[in-house]
Design a protein around this ligand. Sequence first.
Ligand code: ZN
Length: 140
Amino acid sequence: MTTEVSPPLPLPNELTAPFWEGASKGQLVIQHCNSCGHFQHAPEPICSACLSFDLGSAPVSGKGTVYTFCIPTQAFHPWFEDKLPFVLAVVELDDQPGLKMITNIVNVNPDDVKVGDRVEVTFQPLGEGFMLPVFHPAAQ
Ligand SMILES: [Zn+2]
């Protein structure tokens, strides 16, 4: 007998809500400094470039490059047990040098993923209305 296991769901707060609200609409939205234009992820209460507290958020291109990745072989939450192996990656977004996010690479054989691969964002339903930004190989 199997029981339905719920995924670990986000708990949005004031800083992270724009990211999750954007994702639910199919947009990759990243924290953006209104003073200097710096993007930063994960969101912080202060701009790491100019120390401003005047932060907002803005959509980004959703295009990037695989910076590094691993292929987990153990599930540390029951929801992941039937998803192994998957690609856990750091993607550097095109919108700003050094702007990186932890994500998954999907729609690819994990053995085919390489550092430097071009990828594009897509969104996977998580449950309770949440959409998870993940990346797939970019069209050639
Ligand atoms: Zn700034």
